[in-house]
Design a protein around this ligand. Structure first.
Ligand code: ACO
Length: 331
């Protein structure tokens, strides 16, 4: 009798129509395309329309992922949204997505781990499936960071964008063996690895909230400190994930990191000894979409034919908290 595990059976994403370029930003701030591209690799970002909520972006991404899987919303037992820009203080954005999808059964809740939110949500859904509590899960990363940026702070507002991405997971039997041991090519989520350290709250936070200021607040960040932690944590959690599966970094077909900054991605790739072409980078066109960045990048790389069935894919992220984590999957 083989243990149950979670297979990835659908993928989808959504970006708001409006594109804000670096040149657009340079018209309203003391910044330039050259500075933004050189320091971050970002060329443009998408911005949600007035009235367009995180749940709208999330619902579009989920609809596309479910259509890709060929699964109706009525089959979904569990819907998790990773977000730090919820529609409201409560209820959870996930419940609004559930309503927008026409779902009247199953459980829906949010996971808040900032830029690591998608990996934390994926790990949660994977655990529900492994425990036999869920058969079909939709895991979404969705954000409208444009709503929490201080648009007068050139050190932060140029870095972020809005968007959403989703995966559909389905329970399957089989496996439970390390990924490549004895030639096992089991598809699905192989392992997840989550970490948090609240001592670093002050290097990346929002200066508002219901129980502190009763305001929504704006994102505040010590860029250099975040940069340093991001590189170290993304390197260590990648090593942890491959070691846990008795693999080596050279076994990976693709690494899909959280898209914060191209210099962070390049530095992580160099330290891990990964060829640049095996690292999926979409930060140039999406900017940093926090919890949405990994599923958005997955959908791009799946759509352009890079990620194929059977490929070994490492997803990894770091975000405010600090939180960081990885999920290793065979697509
Ligand atoms: N345009 C022009 N000049 C700018 C801008 C801008 N948009 N922003 C800052 N500057 C100026 C600063 O004022 C400073 O000027 P000064 O020397 O006259 O004081 C100069 O550029 C250098 O500023 P630094 O903050 O030292 O620049 P740095 O090289 O550290 O780059 C950056 C800043 C891009 C934010 C970098 O620290 C970084 O990428 N950090 C990682 C943070 C990150 O990616 N966060 C995303 C959220 S966290 C996450 O997703 C994991």
């Amino acid at each position: 009798m083989h243990p149950i595990h979670a297979q990835i059976v659908g993928c989808g994403s959504y970006l708001p129509d409006r594109i804000l370029t670096n040149a657009d930003l340079a018209r309203q701030l003391d910044t330039s395309d050259d500075w933004i591209v050189a320091r971050t690799g970002i060329q443009q970002r998408h911005i949600a329309a007035e009235g367009e909520r995180t749940s709208d972006l999330a619902a579009h991404a989920a609809e596309r992922a479910l259509a890709d899987a060929g699964i109706p919303p009525s089959d979904v037992d569990l819907l998790i949204v990773g977000t730090s820009t919820p529609d409201d203080t409560f209820p959870a954005t996930a419940t609004q997505v559930q309503a927008k999808l026409g779902m009247t059964r199953g459980a829906a809740f949010d996971v808040q781990a900032v830029c690591s939110g998608f990996v934390f949500a994926l790990a949660t859904a994977d655990s529900f499936i492994r425990a036999g509590q869920t058969r079909t899960a939709v895991v979404i990363g969705a954000e409208t960071y444009s709503r929490i940026l201080d648009w007068t702070d050139r050190g932060t507002c140029v870095l972020f964008g809005d968007g959403a991405g989703a995966l559909v997971l389905r329970a399957a039997n089989g496996g439970g063996e390390p990924a490549l041991a004895v030639g096992n090519r089991q598809r699905g989520i192989l392992s997840t690895h989550l970490h948090s350290d609240g001592r670093f709250r002050d290097i990346l936070y929002v200066d508002g909230g219901p129980s502190s200021t009763q305001t929504v607040g704006h994102l505040r960040m010590s860029g250099k400190e975040v940069f340093r932690h991001a590189v170290a944590s993304l390197v260590s959690v990648a090593e942890e994930a491959v070691a846990a599966n008795q693999l080596t970094l050279s076994d990976l077909d693709w690494v899909v990191p959280h898209q914060a900054n191209i210099r962070i991605l390049d530095s992580v790739g160099r330290k891990l000894g990964l060829p640049a072409e095996r690292l999926i980078a979409t930060v140039d066109r999406h900017a940093n979409t926090s919890a949405a960045s990994i599923p958005l990048a997955l959908d791009v790389a799946r759509g352009d034919g890079r990620i194929k069935p059977g490929d070994l894919v490492l997803m990894e992220a770091i975000g405010g908290g600090l939180t960081w984590g990885a999920a290793l999957a065979r697509w």
